[in-house]
Write a protein that binds this ligand. Structure first.
Ligand SMILES: [Zn+2]
Length: 77
């Protein structure tokens, strides 16, 4: 039993090296959110942006900047 314990412990130690930090979300799933229902659909009245990938929220300025950068990074067709 003692030998088996040592094997299982060693296995645990080897897996910890694979404990990498989560990859940074590219925020490709940003959706606009409006506080006022009457403003829905009006891009210049967006209250904030919500990322469905990581559940982060961004101000309108931040969301627009992120989406602009994403567009710039798209390969040209
Ligand atoms: Zn995200």
């Amino acid at each position: 039993m003692g030998l088996f314990d040592r094997f299982s412990k060693r296995k645990e130690e080897s897996t910890t090296t694979e404990d990498l930090p989560p990859p940074q979300c590219p925020h490709t799933a940003l959706v606009p959110r409006w506080d006022q229902l009457d403003d829905m659909g009006k891009e210049d009245l967006v209250s904030h942006y919500y990322c469905e990938g990581c559940s982060s929220t961004f101000t309108r300025e931040e969301g627009e900047r992120i989406m602009r950068e994403l567009k710039n990074n798209l390969p040209m067709n």
